[in-house]
Structures are given as C-alpha cells and as structure tokens.
Design a protein around this ligand. Structure first.
Ligand SMILES: [Fe+2]
Ligand SMILES: [Fe+2]
Length: 403
C-alpha cells in the first residue's frame, strides 16, 4: 500500500518536535513532513503532492486560514485540517469554508492520529481518484456552517448543556428560524411548541439537531436545479421521508435508540451527493437522468457512466471531509449496495437502504427508483419476508407532513 503523505505546519519548533515524537510509531503508514511556516509549506507542496495538511492557526506572516485558503486554490484535493487553541476563536471563524476539520490544542495524540487516519482513509481507500477528480473540479463545495463547527467544538469539550448548545445555534437567526419551523412541523409530531433551539436540543437530542443544521445549510448553499424528473425540493422531501422511514424500520426491528438515531441522521444525509453533482454539473446530471428514464438503468449506474462515480461516494466523501462519524459515512456510501452489509442482518445501513427503496418506489421519480430489493441479499441478511412490515413502518412514518 502506498504511504499517505502528510504535511504538518507550525511556527514553533517545539510543537513540531512534539508532533514528530508522538507520531513516530506511524512512520510505517505515513510519510510525514514538517514545515515551520506557511510559505515553506506551499513550496513543499509545489514539488510534491500531499494527501493531508495539518496547520497551526496563529503563525507570523501567513496565518493558518490564509495558508489553507491558498492550499484550497492550488491543491483542492488535499485534505485541510486546522490545529487550533482556545484563544484562536476569531481565526477559526476565518477558517470556516477553508478547513475540512478542526483539531483542538493541546491535542490528544490519539485523537490526532484517529482524525488524520480517517482523513487518509477517505483520501485513499473509501474513494478513488475519480471522486477526487470530480470533487476537485467543483469551485465551490458547500461550506461547513459555522454553527455546526461551534457545536462540534462544544461537544468535543463534553459540553452537553442544551442551554449552551441552544445559544450557539441562536447566533444564526436564519438557521434558528428554519430549525424551529421544522421541529414544530407535524413531521416530528412533538406534543408541544418548541420556541427556542435549546428546547429542540432537549427534545430531539443534539445529534439530530446538529444534522438538521448541516443538511439545511447544504441545501441552502446548493444551486437550485431542476432535472427532467426532479428538483432540489424533491431531494429534500425524499431525504426526510427516508430518514423517518429508516428510523421506523430500525424501531420495528428492535434496534436500540442509538442505532435508530443513526438511521435517522443517515437518512437525512444519504443523498447529499445528488445535490453536489446535480447543482454543480447540471447538464451532465440531466443526461444521467435521461439514461435512467429512457434506458431504464438505475441512477447510480447512470451516474457512474456520466461521472465515473456515484452520488453515494461523492456524498460520503464530502461528509467525511467534514468529520462525520464512520457509521454515517458507511450508510451514505453504501446505501445502494446492500451486499456490503448484508452479513450484519438488520443494522442502521440496512434500515436506510430499505427505507430508500420503499420511499423510492412510491415517488414515481427517477431519483428514487434508484434501488430495488435484492432478494438474495435479503435472504443472506436473514431478512427475507420483512418487506411488508417495513413498508407499513414507512407508511405510518410518512403520514407526518413536512413544512
Ligand atoms: Fe441514493
Ligand atoms: Fe435516496
């Protein structure tokens, strides 16, 4: 296997030496290069491709935000990570949109190893060069919303007080209004009116609220598009229906609450790759949809033909860059490939796949006909004959309307 190329940038020699020491055991899997300034980092990158760059924030001359902005422009496929201390809050704000991940200082070596490993897995194994090529051709990928970054940072400090988390959300009034409208809709079926984001956090849990923040922002930033058979709002409705259906299936199959929530969150995000592809490459995407309607191939097959990748891989790649957990990436990247997780029986990925197929069959639109049940796969999963119960679970979940 090729070693991953990683560049660390920090103006303090002591920090670089410390990093070198704690990461020494990983020499077998990583080639690590250390640079003492942004300028030096760019020089090194000009002569040599890197999979990941991990930069300090506060540096004389070019700061971390400026460096990563330049890296984004010159080397769009390099994963960009920021190491930031508590005092760097203002600088971190500048990084929104240019950094894929944030690591807090003082950094725990295990966390750093895990995050870089994760990023490498994305840069290497999970996606191939085709995904990087397609993503690299997009000038403006959606940014991670600032509110989401702040929520993640608060959670990494083990902050769980809904009041504190609610206040972070409230800093963005537009986002707050959208979230409140959604949680008060019949879709969530809460028995009381939620007037403040802190109540939404208390009632729905932070994972769901955080995902709503993220997905709302992705939808808002995507260029509106209309293919022959569906537009951006259809993708939103489909995603929420699959989320509700996946949770209902997970519940009916007796999965625990954590997995039910994972199915819900995975359902909301499972088709974000459609948004990325359709809003950035409308002509090519329309041709993919034509292939689906005229030649009756499945959507992922048509996308593969037009782009060399599918929306599942593109979505998982983007979410991976943003540091979403491995369980969600698996759901997103494999939601059209049940044979990849059939040995696990019922699991959150199977629940999302099942809800996707069932909700899809109902919609009568090309996007959603993208999957069918593979009977052999269901048999191998020990789930043959469960479809009727799943369809009933999805039907009762989808009675609740979205705003
Ligand atoms: Fe899909
Ligand atoms: Fe779908």
């Amino acid at each position: 296997m090729l070693k991953q190329q990683i560049l660390f940038v920090d103006d303090e020699p002591m920090v670089l030496q410390g990093l070198q020491r704690i990461l020494r055991p990983l020499r077998g899997e990583w080639d690590m290069v250390f640079a003492e300034s942004g300028g030096r980092a760019l020089e090194l990158m000009a002569g040599h491709p890197f999979d990941v760059i991990v930069s300090d924030m506060r540096m004389p001359g070019m700061n971390g935000a400026e460096l990563l902005r330049e890296v984004m422009r010159r080397h769009p496929t390099t994963v960009r990570m920021v190491l930031s201390g508590h005092a760097d809050k203002d600088l971190v704000t500048q990084c929104v949109g240019v950094a894929h991940q944030y690591i807090s200082k003082p950094c725990d070596p295990e966390q750093l190893k895990a995050m870089v490993r994760n990023a490498c897995a994305l840069a290497g194994k999970l996606v191939d060069d085709e995904v990087k090529r397609v993503i690299g051709a997009i000038d403006r990928l959606p940014n991670v919303p600032e509110v989401y970054v702040e929520l993640k940072q608060a959670l990494s400090r083990e902050e769980s007080d809904p009041r504190v988390l609610g206040e972070i959300i409230q800093k963005d009034p537009g986002m707050t209004a959208k979230i409140l409208k959604l949680v008060n809709s019949a879709f969530f079926g809460l028995r009381r009116t939620i007037n403040h984001p802190q109540e939404a956090v208390a009632y729905l849990g932070i994972d769901i609220v955080k995902t709503l923040v993220l997905s709302n922002s992705i939808f808002q930033q995507s260029q509106p598009f209309q293919t022959r058979t569906f537009g951006i709002s259809d993708v939103w409705h489909h995603s929420m229906a699959v989320a509700a259906g996946a949770k209902a299936i997970a519940q009916a199959e007796g999965l625990d609450r954590v997995l039910q929530e994972e199915a819900f969150v995975g359902g909301i995000l499972h088709d974000v790759g459609v948004l990325i592809l359709a809003s950035n490459f409308p002509d090519l995407y329309n041709r993919a949809v034509e292939l689906v309607t005229e030649e009756h191939v499945l959507l992922p097959t048509a996308e593969q033909e037009m782009f060399g990748v599918t929306h599942a891989e593109v979505g998982a790649y983007l979410l991976g860059l943003w540091g979403l957990p491995a369980g969600i990436l698996k759901i997103v990247s494999l939601h059209h490939r049940p044979h990849a997780f059939e040995s696990e029986g019922m699991c959150s990925a199977m629940a999302v796949h099942a809800a996707d197929v069932i909700c899809g069959a109902k919609g009568g639109q090309a996007l959603f006909e993208s999957g069918r049940f593979n009977q052999e796969s269901l048999e191998r999963a020990g789930l043959a004959g469960h479809q009727d119960a799943w369809a009933a679970a999805c039907a009762s979940a989808s009675e609740k309307e979205l705003p």
